[in-house]
Design a binder for this molecule. Structure first.
Ligand SMILES: [Zn+2]
Length: 499
């Protein structure tokens, strides 16, 4: 046996004191627990090797409702170990920490005080694009997430949900009802909250490609699939699908209604006429608010992607105040960026940058940042060519080095200033992260890690609810794990100032 080695934790506890360079044998302690802790104790006493038979030393587990619900305090002395938590969930996290330092029947001699930096720490479980993600992969993932104190999954089914009323859209690769029920059960056992996602506007290819529903398509035939917000069947079919999802989703509090990249607003004659009166943004927000209203009637809180609100910033004043805005940006990796995510509707510019500092940037930027603008950026003279109404609206959020440098995730504060709760959505995968250099993708961990790091820092700064790391491409689900670990680490530990 080698000398004692201190364990490392992921995520690291907020406050951790190693009291002695030796270990405690927990098999010498008899466990005593509050009634509320009994169920979890039953599951974990075997994993931890804890005994309930009477011994001189005691290991006490208790709940103190006065503490933050995910907080736990762990104290060890030669005769007594005490673990107190704000809720059973907090206790569950304490036990996960113990499992990380367990060495046979021994643990380190430590005192810990711990709680997360963000309340929602989540991962996007995307069955839609991620077709290699089956029930088995998802089950393993849920259990792994819990080990690292992730507490939320955003489940997107696409056509892999067994809709009874709309069987024509169901993929042959669908999850079954019992598989979905089991995933919910497993999530609950692992203290993970599920948020279902069903697109209510764009990205509905799997529905609109089916002949029976093609009459609802507002998009073109080249790949744009978006429902017509003026047709009454659009909302009706969304509701029928959402009802089936909700009926299988026990204990949910939120429902994500998508709503991103609706690039075909005001195309059909009816919509065109409406758009002449209320604008394309008006068409968007009218439909979204109807969907939000229905979700709220079900006792749930709606979540929407942020990009169309950003595209039509005037709509934010009309958006249902209970909606949570989920802000996605997969490119920012530093406190100040060289680019702006410009989301104007007609021009749809995306990642744009002002090239005039190219030579200076070359000396100042990290390799990742230089690659970022090279691979994804488009040149735009932000002083002369960026539409004045956007410039005026967003200028106060871009930082004082604009346009050479822009404060990362600038729209966060805009959404917060308008009174909305916000979630950050970084990217947890690595293939998309390094396009088009596919050959090196598995080694390309830095960009998403930096993106998650910086997004977390800004979310904490702006008082966001949390972050949910997203995944979009179909390749083996195991490649999500580095991004999952980064999300778990930063969202729990918080970000220490690097300077
Ligand atoms: Zn229409």
């Amino acid at each position: 046996m080698g000398p004692y080695q201190k364990p490392y934790f992921l995520p690291a506890p907020k406050k951790l004191v190693f009291k002695r360079e030796e270990q405690i044998d927990i098999s010498d302690f008899s466990i005593k627990a509050d009634k509320k802790c009994e169920k979890i104790l039953d599951i974990y006493k075997t994993k931890l090797g804890l005994s309930q038979s009477s011994k001189k030393k005691t290991f006490l587990l208790s709940i103190n409702n006065k503490l933050h619900n995910e907080r736990y305090v762990f104290h060890s002395s030669p005769k007594e170990i005490v673990c107190e938590a704000g809720s059973v969930r907090g206790l569950f996290y304490c036990l996960q920490t113990l499992l990380q330092m367990k060495d046979g029947s021994k643990i380190s001699f430590v005192d810990i005080e711990d709680m997360p930096s963000l309340n929602i720490r989540g991962i996007h479980l995307n069955f839609d694009n991620f077709r290699q993600m089956g029930y088995r992969e998802a089950s393993i993932m849920i259990q792994t997430l819990a080990k690292f104190k992730i507490n939320t999954i955003l489940i997107e089914y696409g056509d892999r949900f067994p809709y009874k009323r709309h069987p024509l859209i169901v993929s042959s690769n669908t999850l079954t009802i019992s598989e979905i029920k089991n995933l919910y059960k497993l999530a609950k056992e692992n203290f993970i909250e599920v948020i279902p996602l069903l697109q209510s506007f764009g990205h509905l290819d799997y529905l609109l490609d089916v002949k029976k529903y093609s009459y609802l398509n507002e998009g073109d035939n080249k790949g744009g699939r978006q429902i017509c917000p003026s047709h009454p069947d659009s909302l009706k079919i969304f509701i029928e699908m959402a009802e089936e999802i909700i009926s299988l989703s026990k204990g949910i509090r939120y429902f994500h209604i998508g709503g991103d990249e609706t690039r075909y607003l005001g195309v059909c004659p009816k919509c065109r006429k409406r758009a002449e009166v209320i604008g394309k943004g008006g068409l968007y927000i009218e439909h979204i608010n109807k969907v939000c209203g229905w979700i709220k009637k079900k006792g749930l809180r709606p979540i929407i992607w942020d990009d169309m609100i950003c595209t039509f910033p005037e709509t934010i004043d009309k958006l249902d105040k209970d909606a949570i805005i989920m802000y996605w940006d997969y490119w920012a990796t530093a406190q100040k960026t060289t680019f702006l995510l410009a989301r104007e509707y007609e021009t749809n510019r995306g990642v744009v940058y002002h090239k005039k500092w190219q030579n200076e940037w070359n000396k100042e930027l990290s390799e990742i940042e230089r690659e970022n603008i090279m691979r994804f950026g488009r040149f735009l003279d932000l002083e002369k060519e960026w539409e004045p109404e956007y410039r005026e609206k967003f200028l106060p959020y871009l930082g004082n080095e604009f346009p050479k440098y822009i404060k990362s995730f600038p729209y966060l504060k805009f959404y917060r200033d308008k009174g909305f709760e916000v979630l950050g959505a970084p990217l947890i995968e690595h293939l998309f992260a390094c396009m088009p250099d596919y050959h090196n993708w598995i080694l390309h961990l830095e960009r998403p890690t930096r993106n998650i790091f910086e997004f977390t820092r800004r979310c904490i700064e702006e008082g966001a609810l949390g972050i949910i790391g997203t995944s979009w491409m179909n390749y083996p689900p195991e490649v999500l794990y580095p991004g999952i670990l980064a999300t778990a680490k930063f969202s729990w530990e918080g970000i220490k100032d690097e300077k």
